[in-house]
Design a protein around this ligand. Structure first.
Ligand code: NAD
Ligand code: NA
Length: 395
């Protein structure tokens, strides 16, 4: 079939297999040039199909010859209906990994559930024995609690007072003011239940009691801080409370892993266009200005550049360069004073009229379409493509 993008607000309902494949191959090429000394060998990535998790899987596999199991929640294709992009990404990754002699298998389902944890542990036991790295890169709007069955929904709201500022609709380029009413105590609780650290801890507990964590095991989860501009709606909002909880969980996990000399880390990553971040108000305007400044300064990175640097210059380097709160910072270039001063200056000038010049709306838009395999360089979109793609290592 011929597959075209079909967008509805922050999402795209279609995905292109060839474009997704090309994105994955480009990431593989990038990492192959940058091998990791003493890197991971047996890796589980939760949230492995898109964004930072996919980049983590590719970095471990192609930077360090790691065997990888990817867990994710993606929609398979049906006749005439393309799969979700993470499906095609995983198909492309595992096809290439198998060609290159790398172990790569995957599990598609709700990682919050006990069933998926059990299935994953059985697979580790059968094929790998144990793992030395778990990357926790899940981003989800909902979670069903495995013990109580309660269904939680996360929300992106400020706490305490209404937040009002500009945002951009990147489809139309229109800059307009939005107001978001503050979240309730329940909103906070629900968001922490979905995006906080409880499920990460549950994974570790399950893996540890099954005896499938190696000596010197490491685990890393991803967080975000960002500038004062987005603070009220992000870091000091409901999602920020979840990130506080995730960060605190890292210390609890490290304590629980003492006997195997294990370590849990949180890495604070850069703001990037992913399916998760496109849905956050104000962030698209911030990202379009940030991209412009970081590209001009020659320090722009995408997911693969971020994660390759995380592995090579922090996680598997001599010095992790932890901040005062014990976190890894690969948002260091985003947060540079000169970069932030320029973004703040541009923020004050941003209107529908000025943004095409002062911001990188084009870059934002291209990255958004690229997430779904569209507008990827070198792909012929007029060519008939088979939507019924299998993931070769899918269990
Ligand atoms: P993403 O949407 O690209 O990836 C989410 C992944 O989670 C996908 O693999 C998806 O299949 C999987 N997933 C979702 N629900 C699932 C479920 N129930 N069971 C199993 N898998 C499920 O998101 P991302 O932007 O790469 O985010 C990953 C992490 O990085 C998040 O913690 C996010 O907060 C953090 N982070 C993102 C940014 C950013 O700007 N995008 C910046 C810093 C940190
Ligand atoms: Na991810």
């Amino acid at each position: 079939m011929i597959i075209e993008p079909k967008t509805r607000g922050f999402i795209c309902l279609t995905a292109h297999p060839t474009g997704c494949e090309q994105n994955v191959l480009n990431q593989i090429e990038y990492v192959k040039q940058r091998p990791i000394k003493n890197g991971p060998k047996k890796v589980l990535v939760i949230g492995a199909s898109t964004g930072f998790g996919l980049a983590s899987r590719i970095t471990a596999a192609y930077g360090s010859n790691a065997a990888s199991i990817g867990a994710f929640f993606e929609k398979p294709p049906s006749e005439g209906r393309p799969a979700s992009p993470g499906w095609y990404n995983s198909a492309a990754f595992e096809t290439q990994a198998h060609k290159d002699g790398l172990y790569a298998k995957s599990i598609n389902g709700d990682a919050f559930s006990n069933e998926i944890k059990k299935q994953t542990i059985d697979l580790i036991k059968a094929d790998l024995g144990d793992i030395d790295l778990l990357v926790y890169s899940l981003a989800s709007p909902v979670r069903t609690h495995p013990e109580t069955g309660e269904r939680f929904k996360s929300v992106l709201k400020p706490i305490g007072q209404t937040f009002t500022d500009n945002t951009v609709d990147f489809h139309t380029g229109e800059v307009k003011e939005i107001s978001i009413a503050p979240g309730t105590e329940d909103d906070i609780k629900n968001t922490v239940a979905v995006m906080g650290g409880e499920d990460w801890q549950m994974w570790i507990d399950a893996l540890k009691s099954a005896g499938v964590l190696s000596e010197d095991f490491k685990t890393v989860a991803y967080s975000y801080i960002g500038p004062s501009l987005t603070e009220a709606v992000y870091r000091k909002g409901t999602i920020g409370r979840a990130k506080d909880h995730l960060e605190a969980t890292a210390f609890k996990i490290t304590d629980a892993l003492k006997d195997i000399n294990g370590q849990a880390y949180v890495s604070v990553n850069k703001a990037l266009v992913t399916q998760a971040s496109s849905a956050i108000p104000v962030i698209p305007l911030y990202i379009s200005l940030l991209y412009k400044v970081m590209k001009e300064e020659g320090v722009h990175e995408g997911c693969i550049e971020q994660i390759e640097r995380l592995f090579n210059a922090r996680l598997y380097a001599e010095n992790l360069e932890l901040d005062d709160a014990g976190r890894i910072r690969i948002d260091d270039w985003e947060m540079r004073d000169d970069i932030q001063a320029k973004v703040l200056e541009l923020w004050k000038q941003a209107t529908t009229e000025t943004l095409p010049n002062i911001g990188d709306l084009k870059g934002y838009e291209t990255d958004f379409y690229n997430l779904f395999g569209f507008k990827v360089d070198g792909v012929d979109y007029d060519k008939d493509v088979n939507e019924m793609v299998d993931i070769p290592g899918l269990q």
